[in-house]
Design a binder for this molecule. Structure first.
Ligand code: KG4
Ligand code: ZN
Length: 315
């Protein structure tokens, strides 16, 4: 089964070719430099850049995969959630190819795609628990079997990536702020007292209070702010909150596999603390996707589509 997958939900234009669950190619064109001067993604510019880049990304993915377009049996694309004008570009391109080849279209959910990224090069044993941390979402997701997604908890306000990006912007760092704070945090110490968000027994998250507390410190300290120490303090607080909630969910739901998903799963401290949970839960398999599959990419959409197709075929 050969799948051509397209991802255009935010600021990465990506096309991948998946054959029998093997990634033959995964081309990602990032628009980060385009949006950097605005401090965040500008939807109209992002959609225009997708339209401009998609043709090159598509031909590169086909060339890298060393296949003929006629071999493709299914066209998968991200249908939701995301920036409407950006999703539209992906859908129109997918629809055009599907019509031309007379092959089925497979609409895919971007968030489920992030969870399925952990299956690339790894295996799951059910039940699976996912900690999904991206620029727009923060969720704990539970799967008893393939494609059976149950949201156990989620952020009540800002997403964790949004918190990283907005605080980074207040600090004068460039977009996206998550990797910038992560880099600085590694050189600093946890010296600033920040409130641990939603420190309760529920499985929901909250990051807007932490963002406001961080803003107050930045305004108070001005030029005196020790950027490395502040980054480290913020990162430690964010990661502590994520690990606390994840631990509560593991205790409650007893999963056999726990996966990290979404752009923030590239975070060094989160990866370390997540993998350290192995010592506490030795029966559980903890999976972190390879770095190239943490942030937005079409390979994860292709892998998810593969399971959706199998399920439709009754497999
Ligand atoms: O999943 P993703 O690529 O796009 C969305 O679906 O939102 O996630 C992007 C988010 C951004 O907020 C970015 O700052 C964050 O992932 N991010 C990080 C790191 N790398 C990317 N956050 C913290 N540490 C990182 N190393
Ligand atoms: Zn994403």
């Amino acid at each position: 089964m050969t799948i051509l997958a397209i991802e255009t939900s935010c600021d990465e234009t990506s096309v991948a070719i998946i054959k029998n669950q093997q990634i033959l190619s995964n081309v990602v064109s990032s628009q980060i430099s385009l949006h950097q001067k605005y401090g965040g993604v500008v939807p109209e510019l992002a959609a225009r850049a997708h339209s401009e880049n998609i043709s090159y990304v598509l031909s590169s993915a086909i060339k890298d995969a060393k296949i003929d377009l006629a071999e493709v049996g299914y066209i998968a694309y991200t249908s939701t959630p995301g920036l409407v004008s950006c999703l539209h570009v992906g859908r129109v391109v997918a629809d055009t190819i599907a019509t031309y080849l007379n092959k089925p279209l497979i609409p895919c959910n971007h968030l489920f795609g992030h969870i399925y990224a952990s299956l690339i090069g790894n295996q799951w044993e059910f039940p699976v628990l996912g900690l999904l941390v991206s620029g727009g979402h923060t969720q704990l997701v539970y799967l008893k079997k393939h494609l059976n997604f149950e949201v156990l908890g989620q952020t009540l306000d800002d997403a964790v990536g949004e918190c990283y990006d907005k605080v980074a912007r207040m600090m004068g760092l460039s977009y996206p702020g998550g990797p910038e704070i992560d880099k600085l945090a590694r050189t600093g110490q946890n010296t600033y007292q920040l409130p641990l968000p939603k420190n309760d027994k529920t499985l929901d998250f909250s990051f807007s209070g932490l963002k406001s507390a961080a803003a107050k410190v930045i305004q108070r300290e001005k030029n005196q702010l020790n950027v490395a120490n502040f980054s480290c303090s913020l990162q430690q607080t964010i990661v502590q909150s994520l690990i606390n909630k994840l631990t509560l969910a593991i205790d409650q739901y007893q999963p056999k596999t726990v996966v990290l998903a979404g752009g923030v799963s590239a975070n060094s401290e989160l990866q370390t603390r997540f993998l350290n949970l192995k010592h506490k839960y030795s029966q559980v398999n903890f999976i972190v996707p390879k770095l190239e599959y943490c942030t937005d990419n079409a390979a994860m959409i292709g892998v998810l589509a593969n399971y959706q197709i199998q399920q439709k075929q009754g497999g």
